[in-house]
Design a protein around this ligand. Structure first.
Ligand code: HEM
Length: 305
């Protein structure tokens, strides 16, 4: 065996007061790794627990799980950008393009949801899911917090009253998605929202604080002036913004229409929101990187689709 590797191993283990021979003996007894052990296929393929006997419920569960895995990949890239104290423009661009590709996949694959289930089956198994909703996807919310400053996620009706001095706690109560979780007549929070907050609010506030200066938009604005003019980076950022906030949102909205619009009437969603209005991008006008769009483009946000 190459003595260079042995010496490197010795150095590694001596640094932590460990006996190298013991580790080498461990190698002698350990099993070779298999694909199924490494990828954890047995665990993965047992994570689909249906609440009904309808076979298409499995499509619904699995596609949500696939989405959550892709969300995790997005968050991993975002954490790498956040943890880089002086990111260079090329690394930034490469990572934003990676994030964008994950969302391209999420958008184009939404047809698996839209065309992949029998409408009759869906409308039966979904009744067993009330009051759960994709609205309660914590990773989706984290992606938004890690993408932009909190002000850009405030409900459009109140956005002008918020700036970087507003406390995260106060801003949190005015995030755009609070609108979907409140009884619009009484203002009372729905169970879907209260349960979500009970489970995640503290974690979200910690996350928001950690990303206050480390979200994609703040990091972009922290680049040198000349780097902020990079056409490649600007195009990558615009592509990501548009894909998440218009294309993915519209694919989702059209899927909801496909299953929940019955005989021209909109059925109540499991999360209980006024979804027809709420889910459309022209209503929320969520834009992560507002300065990268012209006033005309912002005005028309979500209307041209
Ligand atoms: C048949 C498929 C689907 C339908 C009919 C549907 C429907 C809805 C509706 C009506 C809402 C609004 C909240 C509510 O009242 O429940 C919502 C929110 C949400 N759903 Fe879905 N959805 C579907 C698939 C998915 C998938 C695959 C994901 C991926 C994780 C997802 C993630 C979300 C997220 C993140 C929200 C919150 C969006 C926001 O606040 O703007 N949904 N969904």
């Amino acid at each position: 065996m190459d003595s260079k590797i042995i010496n490197q191993l010795k150095k590694k283990y001596e640094a932590i007061d460990q006996d190298t021979d013991m580790y080498l003996e461990g190698l002698l007894h350990s099993k070779p790794i298999n694909y199924w052990d490494y990828i954890q296929t047995d665990a993965l393929l047992n994570l689909q627990v249906q609440r009904t006997v309808f076979p298409d419920e499995n499509v619904f569960i699995m596609y949500h799980q696939i989405s959550e895995l892709l969300f995790k990949m997005v968050l991993s890239e975002m954490a790498q950008i956040a943890n880089c104290s002086q990111i260079d423009v090329n690394t930034f661009t490469v990572k934003v393009l990676r994030i964008s590709r994950y969302f391209d996949v999420l958008t184009s694959s939404f047809s698996i949801m839209k065309e992949g289930m029998d409408v009759g089956q869906y409308n039966k198994f979904r009744t067993t899911l009330t009051p759960a909703s994709g609205f309660q996807s914590a990773q989706y919310r984290k992606i938004e917090f890690a993408s932009t400053e909190l002000n850009n996620l405030i409900d459009k009706r109140f956005r002008a009253n918020f700036d970087s001095n507003s406390t995260p706690e106060f801003s949190f109560e005015h995030l755009y998605w609070q609108a979907a979780g409140k009884d619009y007549k009484t203002g009372k929070k729905t169970y879907t929202l209260s349960a979500f907050e009970e489970r995640y609010k503290d974690e979200f506030l910690r996350f928001i604080k950690a990303y206050k200066h480390n979200n994609l938009w703040s990091k972009f604005k922290g680049l040198k002036q000349e780097d902020q003019k990079s056409t490649d980076l600007i195009n990558a950022m615009r592509h990501y913004d548009y894909t998440v906030n218009i294309k993915w949102v519209m694919a989702h909205y059209e899927t909801a229409n496909h299953y929940l619009k019955i005989n021209g009437k909109s059925a109540e969603a499991t999360g209980g929101s006024e979804w027809v209005k709420y889910m459309h991008p022209k209503y929320q006008k969520r834009i992560f990187f507002p300065d990268l769009w012209s006033e005309k483009e912002k005005e028309a946000w979500g209307t041209s689709i």
